[in-house]
Design a binder for this molecule. Structure first.
Ligand code: LLP
Length: 437
């Protein structure tokens, strides 16, 4: 019925199935709105990266999961079992990973504004690598390492000046960026020179991240060549050879059937060819290569289920189908006009001849999940499924309008588990103080 992802199907009752399980039964059991995660798919996506990296680079490469895409304890357990490293961007993510027992030596701490308190927290937590964004931060990390008498491992975040042909909000590899130090302006070299002098820092290499939802042909290959050329120049001028080159994340995923499929194994082979050729030409030893995917690890492992509250037909305009969730559990259409594929989950075999906008329940006109959706005409109580919601949905959710966040149910062959329980009204109001005037 759809070729979006092979974990989506329809059963004999005409019910949409996800990871082989009937979504109507899942909604009945756990309520809606509901985030579903297909654990086998997450693991499979990790293995595609790890296998291809191993094959292409021998032991000298590895994948880190960019946990901003989806952060809760069970995800970090899965990442540990799949032998992935992690990218963390806040003390909240560090706390969660550590609480899940993740080996923090395999964590890379990102972010363009790490406070002194963040730096101290991350060091106490045993974070392996700090990915340093700027000179202010570099010095702050050196000071904190000095206080503790430790030699802190760092990478420097650089901007290779590539336009990844993606939408502006997540395009981070250009020179004009709030992230990192630009190679083109000489600031990357300056930051490197300072880093090499700091007594309490061990410079392990360089990082770049050219953007997110990248489909363009050779973005990573071009980034790799620019970064390796920089590495060779630094070796020449300062006698320092980088051990690690982290090329960031960013491969796009299919949100709709018209999106292209990215063959990650093939892409990694292309990157490997570019890296090997550049290292040979530049006459440098090949650094350990890291990739840092977020979306392509978890996006197609996720689906969100909703219950229809109303269907409104405005003659001469359009039709609205309102559901019991919205921008609070998925702000991505409101923020980026992101495309999604929707199904009427309890009538998935009926003709999809009703065109509508699927909207949320928030008091805000921009609370739209998707426009131009074709589904069978829904009635109150029917179920809508939005596919490919595993990345940046739960992690970007909010409690706007004091709407509780949905639970995350991990679908597993060994038995489903609630990875994150539904937020309660008590949770929402737990931090509020009241006092008499
Ligand atoms: N590494 C770094 C340093 C990053 O900043 C990011 C994403 C990644 C890795 C992972 O990129 P991915 O493989 O997931 O594309 N909220 C937006 C996405 C923001 C991405 C930010 N950085 C969205 O919902 O599309």
């Amino acid at each position: 019925m759809t070729n979006l992802c092979d974990n989506i199907s329809v059963n004999a009752q005409g019910h949409l199935c996800f990871a082989g399980q009937d979504t109507v039964l899942l909604a009945r059991e756990y309520g809606t709105p509901l985030y579903l995660m297909d654990e086998a798919r997450i693991r499979q996506n990790c293995r595609v990266y790890q296998t291809a990296l191993r094959e292409q680079f021998g032991g000298k490469a590895g994948a880190l999961f960019a946990s901003k895409a989806c952060s809760f304890k069970q995800i970090y357990r899965i990442m540990e079992e799949e032998e992935m490293g992690i990218d963390v961007v806040s003390c909240g993510e560090i706390y969660t990973a550590k609480a899940a027992g993740f080996p923090m030596a395999k964590a890379f701490f990102h972010g363009n504004c790490k406070t002194d308190a963040d730096i101290a927290y991350a060091m106490d937590a045993g974070v392996g690598y700090f990915v340093v964004d700027n000179a202010d931060e570099l010095q702050a990390i050196d000071r904190e390492a000095a206080k503790r008498g430790v030699l802190q491992r760092i990478l420097l975040r650089l901007t290779p000046g590539i336009d990844s042909h993606t939408y502006e909000a997540v395009n981070t590899g250009k020179v004009d960026s709030k992230f990192g130090a630009a190679i083109e302006t000489g600031q990357a070299e300056e930051l490197t020179a300072v880093a090499l002098q700091e007594k309490n820092l061990k410079l392990c290499g360089f990082h770049c991240h050219v953007g997110s939802s990248v489909f363009a042909e050779d973005v990573f290959e071009r980034a790799a060549v620019i970064m390796l050329t920089f590495i060779a120049e630094i070796k020449e001028k300062y006698g320092y050879l980088a051990e690690i080159l982290n090329l960031g994340g960013g491969y796009g995923v299919r949100y709709t059937e018209s999106d292209p499929t990215i063959d990650i194994s093939k892409k990694i082979a292309d990157v490997a060819a570019a890296v090997k050729a550049a290292c040979a030409e530049l006459k440098i030893e090949r650094p350990f290569i890291c990739l840092e995917p977020g979306r392509s690890i978890v996006a197609d492992a996720g689906m969100t289920l909703y219950t229809v509250g109303s269907t409104k037909e405005i003659p001469g305009f359009k039709n609205y189908v309102a559901v019991d969730g919205g921008m609070t559990d998925n702000p991505r259409f409101a923020l980026y006009r992101s495309r999604y594929t929707c199904f009427l989950a309890n009538k998935a075999s009926e003709p999809a001849d009703f065109s509508c906008s699927v909207v949320g329940r928030c008091c805000e006109s921009g609370d739209i999940l998707q426009e131009n959706v074709s589904i069978p005409r829904p009635k109150r109580g029917d179920m809508i499924a939005v596919c490919t919601t595993g990345a940046y949905n739960f992690s970007m959710s909010s409690e706007y309008n004091r709407i509780p966040r949905p639970p995350v149910v991990m679908l597993r062959k060994e038995g489903n588990r609630i990875a994150v329980r539904r937020q309660t009204f008590e949770d929402i109001a737990a931090r509020d103080n009241s006092w008499d005037t």
